[in-house]
Design a protein around this ligand. Structure first.
Ligand code: ZN
Length: 251
């Protein structure tokens, strides 16, 4: 959009940053900076990712904690109609993919598999928004010379959303819901895959996606996410001794 058009639309529709709420910008530089740092591994926060088969948890990279402005922005993007965030969020994923391309290169050519959403949420959102992130991961890998292709091969049977469920119920809800349909099995068999999702929470989605790809004869080498939910917060640490403030000490 030209700046003239953007100004005109701005006059008609007030715009605010989807993260921090700053006026007049859809996605401000401060919020963009939250997703522009170095990618880091977050799988140790997701207990469901460890299959306890001795092979350890799936490596999952991310760009930020899913808290505060980042969390608000992702919710706005997914559930509040802020489709204008697709481009900057996809850019962040492409940059992340370029950062980890060297680590993933030995497994190439890679299938980049978006975590599937339910039919109901696809209808509500006009598609699977995670497909856009996965397409950006492909771009980031290709730009770094790593062969990769977008492979939306996972189906999600209806069975309710994951919203509001605890870790155990999420895993149970998803178990058996995700699959590679027969007509796509040949695409997956013998191939290495990277799974892409917007947020890593309990790891139930990644674990179920990984199992479905393995049932179809594929292997999963990594996950990539925009953000990762920190584990349950710890209670505040109390000082060993009572703290004596100057006002208490007097008198
Ligand atoms: Zn902002």
């Amino acid at each position: 959009m030209t700046s003239f058009l953007r100004d005109l639309v701005g006059l008609l529709l007030p715009v605010e940053c989807a993260g921090c709420g700053l006026d007049d910008l859809p996605w401000c530089p401060g919020c963009a900076a939250l997703l522009s740092g170095a990618a880091w591994r977050c799988e140790n926060r997701a207990p469901r990712l460890d299959r306890m088969d001795g092979r350890g948890a799936l490596p999952v990279w991310t760009l930020a904690d899913c808290t505060g402005d980042v969390r608000r922005a992702i919710i706005a993007w997914k559930d509040r109609g802020r489709g204008d965030l697709t481009a900057p969020l996809a850019d962040a994923m492409a940059r992340q993919a370029a950062q980890v391309a060297g680590v993933l290169a030995p497994a190439a050519p890679l299938l980049v598999v978006p975590a599937p959403s339910t039919a109901a949420s696809r209808r509500r959102r006009g598609g699977n928004l995670v497909d856009e992130l996965a397409a950006a991961v492909v771009e980031g890998l290709l730009a770094d010379g790593v062969r990769a292709e977008l492979a939306p091969v996972l189906n999600r049977a209806s069975g309710g959303d994951q919203v509001g469920l605890g870790a155990r119920d999420r895993a149970r809800n998803l178990a058996g819901q995700l699959s590679v349909p027969d007509r796509k099995t040949r695409w997956v068999t013998g191939r290495a895959a990277v799974i892409v999702d917007d947020v890593l929470t309990t790891g139930a989605t990644f674990a179920a996606s990984r199992r479905a790809l393995e049932r179809a004869g594929g292997g999963v080498v990594a996950g990539l996410t925009l953000a990762s939910t920190p584990g349950p917060s710890r209670p505040p640490v109390l000082p060993d001794r009572p703290v004596v403030r100057p006002s208490d000490a007097r008198g």
